[in-house]
Design a protein around this ligand. Sequence first.
Ligand SMILES: *Cc1c(COP(=O)(O)O)cnc(C)c1O
Length: 456
Amino acid sequence: MKQGPRDDTAHWRALSQAHHLPPFSDRAQLHEQGPRIITRAEGVHLWDSEGNRILDGMAGLWCVALGYGREELVEAAARQMRELPYYNLFFQTAHPPALELAAAIAELTPAGLDHVFFTGSGSEANDTMLRMVRHYWALKGRPEKKVIISRVNAYHGSTVAGASLSGMRFMHEQGDLPIPGIVHIAQPYWFAEGGDMSPEDFGLWAADQLETKILELGVDNVAAFIAEPIQGAGGVIIPPDSYWPRVREILARHDILFVADEVICGFGRTGEWFGSDYYGLAPDMLTIAKGLTSGYIPMGGLVVRDHIVEVLSAGGDFNHGFTYSGHPVAAAVGLETLRILREEGIVERVRTQTAPYLQARLRELADHPLVGEVRGLGMLGAIELVEDRASRRRYPAERGVGMRCRKHCFEQGLVMRAVGDTMIIAPPLVLDRDGVDELVEKARRCLDLTLAELEG
Ligand SMILES: *Cc1c(COP(=O)(O)O)cnc(C)c1O
């Protein structure tokens, strides 16, 4: 149903072609057909300019935890805009929303992680981490401890430091990345890289790559290890159960910091407040963004363990900050997001009801002839598309199986993202049982359509 000038698809596509440079898109390819124009949303559904209703299986980009149309978030922003739309946190000033939000975050994060540095995004949070970690070691008289170990196929953002910390070759190929002092070890992605090993053996092998790399570099040169508890953009990669306990053992033996990138896992996505709670990780720093404000307004942050804060506090100025660090309107929306998550018991409901139902229903898709594995945890899921189930062999890349499936999903009214031939979901945390049913039924139809196309 077209409602007015905002539904004039041709108009928006012309503007896109003439003036817009989209993120992570092939512009030439995009404009053969033109972008899909999303005009409004309510609950867990989007509407496009053609009047199609689409279930948002990705919560925007992993962020719209509370779903669309939450009036309380709108009101919180409007109230704060009237009272104090902007002030900064530089030069010995502060304002109530940023301070209240820092306290609210500290209450939820694992014990000992009590101080928050605010940023405008997850990328900025990881940039801040890199500078703070190196500054910390310099203050401790160990300026040579600089290298940060990350993982292949990690995603930590798109700024120069964020993209360098990320382990994606197609990002590094552009702009001469990674910057010096960042190295990558293997990822715990059993389905794609486990070969003949059992998942448990492969998990131990992947964890041991961390120790090998620390010893190779010399522990005196290593500042930190950064990792997502579950890799998101890399393809919802859930490590074998053996992985995190072994990594923790290795970290305990060596004097380096552990940074958990909780930009996706944070604020309830696993059914715990943080992925670090789910896996018992006890990191030294957490980076956060996305779900913090349910995506209604940009905000990120770096949460820092007390012993690091003590060292920094004795070290004079930390010469780092953003104009919009702790922006009062974003902070007000963050506070309201956390209030709703707590008062409505949403994380608890994910853990005890929604996630178990979603995961059980998703696994029904494992019998589909195109599916090599279904995995998931909390409100995260992945479906591996393969040509041969027994050997986990994929279709040749040029057949573009993931992209075909994604296209069918859009046409059937479901946003499911393709990472190569891995279909992934991260729906709003407020998805209900009917929403889960709709998601799984549409996903099955899209798998059927994709298979028919491949065989046709
Ligand atoms: C999205 C993401 C980031 C980057 O956040 P931006 O807000 O896009 O800068 C960093 N880490 C992870 C794990 C992410 O998913």
